[in-house]
Every structure is written in structure tokens, then in C-alpha cells.
Design a protein around this ligand. Structure first.
Ligand code: NCD
Length: 314
């Protein structure tokens, strides 16, 4: 991976994505050891600046940093001076003045991680900026597809639901298509972005017709917190048209997998019983997320050291 930061999937290209996914294998192996810790980032400090809610992404990055022996600094908006009106710039400059090597940033506004790179010297990793990008989610999803199906290249992937508000959809379309998959977006027109001309995707509003043709069905959460108007008649009607119900699962090929970035709205975009089927690989996505983030942190902060087994403490 070239460059100091990880801001978007587009910055990586197919080769950069591939490099991270290959290195992830090593960290999957490290994570499976009885003592899942290597000294690769000893002496480095990673700080978390989450201006928006998160469960899995924050815990996953923190676990990844700790398994690499980095020190971690947690900064919680609820108890910080952000509530006294401190700006993002003053906040990150303050944190970095204490000696921080990397900032993991989540913010409700698109572009904030880019702005932060102009203010501080630390490495910045985008952990989700508004409805824009979520690059490490796309990397862990691509890794999971490789693990489940052998490759991303040539796979047919349906991304279903609230594409308009989804940073996961944007990053995943970029990653999956860079790796040679064919992506179909399935959503009611009101939940698609207004312009799709430069998206390398097919579009459909008929989920039943798409399901038999795909290797992966990737469900998106209804992002109610980003909706400013009523874009669907009701959640019940959304589920009737676009939810992965038990009946719809039977339309899938035998070896097709079901994915979701979490948090799931069981009973809305995915039926509760479908989320618990063996072909729903949501827990594998979460598990792989730690190893993918270890690979990203290692590549960005590991000062270019070759990843030989002795370096990671094998
Ligand atoms: C996603 C996010 O926050 O972008 N969750 C995640 O990071 N796994 C998706 C979502 O909130 O629906």
C-alpha cells in the first residue's frame, strides 16, 4: 500500500487491495494463536476519534491495534470537550500534540478524514465518513468473499437496500469491481443515489429475479438516521419488496452466501431466521475485520519493515 493514510478504496487500486488481503492471511493465523499478540507496533500509539456511533468498527480497530502491541487512546465524544464546542481541528491537534501515530476517524460528515490529514502529521484511517466511504469494511468484505468462495473475480454480487445513504455500498462497489466482480444494486428508486452514471454496476428493482443469479447477496441496513424524508411507504412494504425473507433464500443457488455489515435490523432487511442460517456469514465478516485492520495498521505504521515471520513473532 502506498501513501501514509487509508481514506478511500479508490486510493488502493486492485494491487493495493490484493496486498492487504494477502497480508490478512498472516494476521488470521496470528489471531488464532493461544496468545494472539505480536510486537510489530510496539511503541506506536493509535487514537480513536469516533464522532458517530459504532460498536464493531471501533472494537475491531482497538482489538487489531492491541494484537499488534500498539498503545491505544480512546476519546469518547460523550465525555469530551467536543460538548463544550471544541472544533474537530482543535480536538485532533490537541490529541496529536500528545504524540499519536495514527488517528482512526469516524464522522457523520463526508470528507472529514481528508481535512484532518491537512491539520496533523499522524496517519489517518477513515472508519466511515457520512454516507461516503468505509474502506476497511470493503476490505473485510472482499476478504470474506475470497475465504468463502475462493475469489472475488468473476463473482456476481447483489447489494440490496439503502444504497443512497450507505458508505458501505460505495466502498464495496469500488472494491468488488476493482477485483473483477459484477455488482448489481437492488433497491427501490428512492433508495438509489440520484446519479449512477459513473458507477460500474447494473441496477434492478426486482430482487426475486436477481437472487437466482448471484453468488453473494449483500444486505444493507436501512439508514434511518440519514433519511431526511420518508423514502419508503413503510418498513413492512420495504420488507415485502426487498427484505431477504425465508422464502427468498430458497431462490438462491446452493452455495450462495448472505452478508450484512451490521448492525442488522432483523425482520426488516433480513428475516431473523435467515440471519442465523449457516450461509449467512456475518460473524465471519466481523472476525475477519480484526485481521484486515491488523494488516492495514501494520502496512501504514510498520515503517516499511518486510513482513517476515520473525517480524510478526511467528
Ligand atoms: C456500517 C457503518 O456504520 O457504516 N456499520 C459498520 O461499520 N459495520 C453500516 C451501518 O451502519 O449500517
Amino acid at each position: 500500500m502506498s501513501g501514509q493514510h487509508l481514506l478511500s478504496v479508490a486510493d488502493l487500486g486492485a494491487d493495493g487491495i490484493d496486498e492487504i488481503l494477502q497480508l490478512t492471511d498472516t494476521f488470521v493465523e496470528v489471531s488464532a494463536r493461544p496468545i494472539a499478540r505480536v510486537p510489530a507496533l510496539r511503541g506506536k500509539t493509535v487514537a480513536f476519534c469516533f464522532y458517530e456511533d459504532s460498536t464493531r468498527t471501533r472494537v475491531s480497530f482497538e482489538t487489531a491495534a492491541k494484537r499488534l502491541s500498539a498503545d491505544t487512546v480512546n476519546f469518547s465524544i460523550a465525555t469530551s470537550s467536543v460538548n463544550k464546542g471544541e472544533s474537530v481541528r482543535d480536538t485532533v491537534e490537541t490529541i496529536c500534540a500528545m504524540g499519536v501515530d495514527a488517528l482512526i476517524v469516524r464522522h457523520r460528515s463526508a470528507g472529514v478524514p481528508w481535512q484532518i490529514t491537512r491539520w496533523v502529521d499522524a496517519t489517518v484511517i477513515n472508519a466511515g465518513d457520512g454516507g461516503h466511504e468505509h474502506p476497511t469494511q470493503a476490505l473485510l468484505d472482499a476478504y470474506t468473499i475470497r475465504q468463502e468462495l475462493g475469489s472475488v473475480e468473476g463473482r456476481k454480487i447483489a447489494i440490496v437496500g439503502d444504497v443512497a445513504h450507505s458508505r458501505v455500498a460505495r466502498s464495496n462497489v469500488a472494491a468488488f469491481t476493482a477485483l473483477g466482480a459484477e455488482v448489481t444494486l437492488v433497491a427501490p428508486p428512492t433508495l438509489l443515489p440520484p446519479r449512477l452514471d459513473d458507477w460500474p454496476v447494473e441496477v434492478s428493482s426486482d430482487l426475486d429475479a436477481v437472487l437466482p443469479k448471484v453468488d453473494v447477496v449483500y444486505l444493507l441496513r436501512m439508514q434511518k438516521e440519514r433519511m431526511t424524508e420518508s423514502l419508503i411507504p413503510s418498513l413492512r412494504e420495504y420488507t415485502a419488496g426487498y427484505g431477504l425473507t425465508r422464502r427468498r433464500v430458497d431462490l438462491l443457488a446452493d452455495d450462495a452466501v448472505v452478508m450484512h455489515p451490521g448492525p442488522m435490523n432483523r425482520g426488516v432487511e433480513i428475516a431473523a431466521e435467515v440471519a442465523d442460517l449457516p450461509r449467512a456469514v456475518v460473524t465471519n465478516q466481523v472476525r475477519n475485520g480484526v485481521a484486515v485492520r491488523m494488516a492495514v495498521l501494520y502496512l501504514l505504521l510498520g515503517s516499511g519493515v518486510d513482513l517476515k515471520p520473525e517480524v510478526v513473532g511467528a
